[in-house]
Design a protein around this ligand. Structure first.
Ligand code: 2M8
Length: 442
């Protein structure tokens, strides 16, 4: 593939990104990072493919197709497909025990939940780099499984025909400790965790966790929150990962605004893919897709989009980056766009490094703590795309430039960055940062 002509510094940065992707390449899957995340994650692989397409479109297509190996007979594509590795991951197969309830298409072990449906977006981006015949072949291999995944999302996760799919774990949102999810998750903290904390304090809990020895604990979830997420996995396991059963448990259920926004866009891309290979989207799915677009309007109050509690149908009134993705979905009415762009570009969210995941004036804001404040390259990428979609080209361009600058300011490809000073945090050989940098430089 032709390499864009870049100033020396950026060319070197691109080389670093390429070497990060090569280092994390496990054949036809790419792990998010060598240490923290040694398996395949659904939306990570999609962002990774968007970068890989500039290096090798066939390899990028393989990254996407490999997700189908994890597909369940019911259509779900899991959030993690476990690789053959001895590298430790804190929420590995033994926590999920999914092999007791189902199989996966390729026989790999997986988790029992899903992740934001970025597959169709990634496929269309990769397809754009291929010849007509290569693209046709790629789409034909992908389409049946992808269609079944979208159908599963509605059949399983929108049982009341709201037009919005519900998530059963914050890991499905991709934003593990975002305040919206933590508010609804904390009340189900295990009794043991509460007791231990009361008697021995947080240190006792910290001593028990095994997830983040490489990353300072103040850059991750609190131990109490982490153990609560494990408890939810236990409940899901007991409910056989079946929504009808899960509904009867204490598991929090959220109509997540970012997930549904991504689904709106994914449904459109799925139609594009179908049209190109002469396939038809079943009428039921077309209707569901329309309903999702419309239902996004139920999540907005005074121009701000929120997630909604499925059980009570009340909005979870936390402003976070998730509420900015309706722009990417293209569902924000024209007369509200200026207001939303003003919010994004206000100092509450915007800095010369990108968009913070939680507004700086929010009491929950912590600049280096995971999804509780830091900026993330994939989010900047999605928001820039949304800005461009609405013709806000200057803001989109600024955001993309700021994103490249923040990555360039340190040699490493960090997992996330402080919106206050641009310092990197989390893993430092993180695949989607590397991949999306390559895309931004193309
Ligand atoms: C983080 O989530 C995983 C669980 O899925 C974890 O905390 O162990 C999130 O940032 C998620 O969005 C991401 O896909 C995953 C792998 O990069 O890590």
């Amino acid at each position: 593939m032709s390499v864009p002509s870049l100033p020396a510094e950026l060319a070197a940065l691109r080389e670093t990104a390429v070497s990060v992707l090569r280092g994390n390449d496990l054949g036809d899957i790419t792990r998010p990072s060598p240490t923290l995340y040694p398996h395949q994650w659904l939306w990570d692989s999609c962002f990774i493919a968007i970068g890989l397409r500039h290096l090798d479109p066939q390899r990028a297509a393989a990254e996407i197709l490999s997700l189908l190996r994890g597909q369940w007979p019911n259509g779900m594509i899991p959030h993690v497909i476990f690789a053959e590795t001895t590298n430790f991951y804190h929420a590995g197969p033994q926590r999920w025990r999914c092999d007791r309830v189902t199989t996966t298409a390729g026989g790999a072990q997986s988790t029992g939940v899903t992740q934001p449906p970025m597959i169709a977006e990634a496929a269309v981006r990769v397809g754009a780099m291929m010849s007509d015949s290569e693209r046709g072949e790629f789409y034909r291999r992908l389409f049946p499984g992808l269609l079944r995944f979208h159908q599963w999302l509605y059949d399983e996760r929108d049982p009341d025909d709201d037009g919005l799919v519900s998530l059963v774990h914050s890991w499905e949102s991709g934003m593990d400790n975002t305040p919206t999810w933590m508010e609804i998750t904390r009340p189900v903290a295990p009794l043991g965790v509460r007791a231990l904390r009361r008697v021995n304090g947080d240190d006792a809990l910290d001593a028990l966790r095994r997830d983040s020895k490489e990353v300072p604990s103040d850059e991750r979830l609190t131990s109490g929150d982490l153990f609560t997420l494990y408890r939810i996995v236990r409940e899901l396991r007991r409910a056989h990962y079946n929504f009808r059963e899960i509904r009867r448990t204490i598991v929090p259920l959220v109509q997540d605004v970012a997930f549904n926004a991504i689904l709106v866009r994914a449904n459109e891309h799925l139609s594009t893919i179908a049209a190109e290979i002469g396939e038809v989207i079943p009428a039921r799915l077309r209707r569901s897709a329309r309903r999702t677009r419309e239902a996004m309007g139920e999540l907005v109050v005074d121009g701000v989009y929120y997630s909604r509690d499925f059980r009570t149908r009340t909005l979870l009134r936390h402003e976070t980056i998730a509420g900015l993705l309706p722009l990417y979905a293209g569902v924000v009415p024209e007369d509200r766009v200026d207001e939303m762009v003003k919010t994004i570009t206000s100092p509450r969210y915007w800095s010369r490094f990108g968009v913070a995941s939680v507004p700086l004036d929010d009491p929950n804001f912590l600049p280096r703590c995971y999804w509780q404040g830091p900026l993330w390259v994939n989010m900047n990428w999605l928001i820039a795309d949304g800005l461009e979609r609405y013709g806000r080209l200057d803001a989109a361009e600024d955001l993309r430039r700021n994103t490249v600058d923040v990555i360039a300011s340190s040699e490493a490809m960090f997992e996330y960055y402080s919106p206050l000073d641009g310092s990197g945090a989390g893993s430092n050989r993180f695949s989607w940062t590397a991949a999306l940098l390559i895309d931004l430089l193309a």
